[in-house]
Write a protein that binds this ligand. Structure first.
Ligand code: ATP
Ligand code: MG
Ligand code: MG
Length: 549
């Protein structure tokens, strides 16, 4: 198969391998903070990290970045593991940054002993003021010149719970004059008397991101630590800690985060949508979460394909939601089983089909697949439902469906011709009367009649009902990147429409996880809300891109 060109990270890796760096090893990690469900942006990072290790014979750790005790929950840990597995990846080790708390504490003492860290009693405001501005250097306070012994004693007391939250912090003694504000004596530890989902009440001091992430990478011998662009200014500090601690030299590389039109891509904002009930939960089919996309009918392969197509770049950009839809449509066109469902029904009576008679017709499950993957039975009778939009009283010339005198083929069945129709007092069509051509049965048509249009239908006495949920974009604004807080004004009121549809009886056998094409209506999947008496289908995507400009 044709190989695409290398992305910039693969180029770095290949260069490192050529130079024998790290013994040619490629160890990566995916480091989610367990404070929400994974979204499609995380899928990009997952595909990148796991894909790179697979490509170069390495391995990938799943590391929960659980250094913040307040926002983290076990429910999130479980959902993250399930989603990574579902996407098709296997981690070498399941690890938790909190497992390194003892080691990180020892690292901090090591820096104190080297005179490279000190305990500061200043308030957050005082510390911010001390740091100066990007154009003016910071000003040291007396705490910066505390002795090693005093720092050691105070830090141990912080650890032992002697001080309340916020009373003291541990800071790196780096460079108060650095042009990089992150180097101006950044915080390493803060006091937080809080319960942690794994370590319980053992700790009342917690390391900051900058003093946990790089150290965790190093402990795990991660060779290529991939993160998003906003961490570029953290890289200098990442390297500084590793150098001063004299530990394994992991290296950080940054790539552009994924942004998609008409949606938000941040756990904080997604949590807000859940909490304020704009959606039914993290797995609402309108959510850009992995669990939402799965429930919507997306497959793991389609998401991996999407991540492959968007590639890895060094510049932020906004990807069109239609590309995601393109990827699932491509797959479902090849795999979905064809079925018939009428979403907006009007009744057709076949006047020359004997009353009380019925017959069993057949339709291939998947005409795109070799052998059609078998077929299903489709009952036919004198009364059918068709889509209301497939009939026009005054049809224009190129309307190849039903109207007075017009002929159309019923999918997998016969050609019919409209003879008459019935309207109620409001002018609404209530019944269309047709005759059928007995010799025109699909597969054995000897009628010699050619019709241009084919429409779907469901036999009235055999029809089952289902709730069908039709989705549209969650937001009305294309670029939601800077949207904060007030989602009310930006939510698309048409993002979910539910209709009761008539479905062919075979659809009562539908299975969760399988894609169905409701002929002419789009790709659908069974929703877990379904019960045997009340089926629910989600529209995954329409058959064609209705958003093309
Ligand atoms: P969020 O803002 O959604 O909370 P985060 O970066 O804080 O995202 P983490 O749990 O820390 O979430 O993310 C785990 C990994 O996934 C990180 O390496 C992060 O860079 C990456 N990641 C998160 N969002 C995106 C995105 N939109 N595109 C690409 N990678 C992402
Ligand atoms: Mg993070
Ligand atoms: Mg975050």
């Amino acid at each position: 198969s044709e190989k695409r060109s290398l992305n910039f990270i693969e180029e770095i890796v290949e260069e490192d391998i050529r130079n024998g760096k790290n013994g040619g090893k490629v160890f990566t990690r995916f480091p989610p903070e367990p404070n929400g469900y994974l979204h499609i942006g995380h899928a990009k990072s997952i595909c990148l990290n796991f894909g790179l290790a697979q490509e170069y014979g390495g391995q990938t750790n799943l590391r929960f970045d659980d250094t913040n005790p307040v926002t983290e929950e076990t429910e999130y840990v479980e959902s993250i593991k399930a989603d990574v597995k579902w996407l098709g990846f296997t981690w070498a080790n399941e690890l938790y940054a909190s497992d390194y708390f003892d080691l990180l504490y020892a690292f901090a003492l090591n820096l104190i002993q080297k005179g490279l860290a000190y305990v500061d009693d200043s308030s957050p405001e005082e510390i911010a003021a001390q740091k100066g501005t990007p154009t003016e250097p910071g000003t040291p306070k007396q705490y910066r010149s505390r002795s090693v012994e005093e720092n050691e004693r105070l830090f141990k007391e912080m650890h032992d719970g002697k001080y309340p939250d916020g009373a003291k912090v541990l800071r790196a003694k780096a460079d108060l004059a650095s042009p990089n504000m992150h180097m101006r004596d950044p915080l390493m530890y803060r006091i937080k008397h809080a319960h942690h989902h794994r370590t319980g009440n053992k700790w009342c001091i917690y390391p900051m991101y900058d003093f946990a992430h790089g150290q965790s990478d190093s402990i795990e011998n991660i060779t290529h630590s991939l993160c998003t662009l906003e961490f570029i200014p953290h890289r200098e500090l990442y390297n500084w800690f590793i150098e001063k601690l004299e530990i394994f030299p992991s290296q950080q590389y940054e790539f552009a985060r994924l942004n998609i039109t008409y949606t938000v891509m941040s756990k904080r904002k997604l949590l807000q949508l859940v909490n304020q009930k704009f959606v039914s939960g993290w797995d609402d089919p309108r959510m850009p979460t992995i669990s939402g996309l799965r429930r919507r009918g997306y497959t793991a392969a389609s998401i991996r394909d999407f991540c492959d197509r968007i590639g890895v770049a060094k510049r932020e950009n906004l990807i069109d939601y239609s590309l995601l839809e393109f990827c699932i449509r491509e797959e479902l066109n090849k795999t979905a089983w064809r079925r018939m469902a009428v979403l907006d029904p009007v009744k057709v009576v076949i006047t020359n089909y004997p009353e009380g008679q019925e017959e069993m017709l057949h339709g291939k499950n998947n005409p795109e697949a070799e052998g059609g993957e078998g077929s299903r039975d489709i009952p036919f009778s004198r009364e059918l439902y068709i889509e209301r939009e497939d009939f026009m009283e005054n049809a224009p010339k190129k309307f190849f469906r039903l109207g007075p005198g017009l002929m159309v083929r019923l999918k997998n069945a016969y050609i019919i011709q409209c003879e008459d129709f019935v309207k109620d007092e409001n002018g609404q069509i209530t019944e269309i009367r047709c005759s059928y051509i007995p010799e025109s049965k699909s597969g054995q048509d000897t009628s010699g009649i050619n019709v241009k249009g084919t429409i779907h239908w469901v036999s009235v006495p055999h029809a089952k009902t289902a709730e069908v949920r039709l989705y549209d974009r969650l937001f009305t604004a294309e670029d939601m990147g800077s949207a904060e807080g007030n989602f009310e004004d930006l939510i698309n009121p048409q993002s979910l429409t539910a209709v009761t549809a008539f479905i062919e009886p075979d659809l009562t056998q539908a299975e969760i996880g399988r894609g169905y094409q409701f002929i002419r209506k789009g790709y659908f999947c069974l929703d877990p809300d379904s019960t045997s008496g009340n089926l629910v289908f989600n529209r995954t995507v329409t058959l064609k891109d209705t958003w093309a400009k």
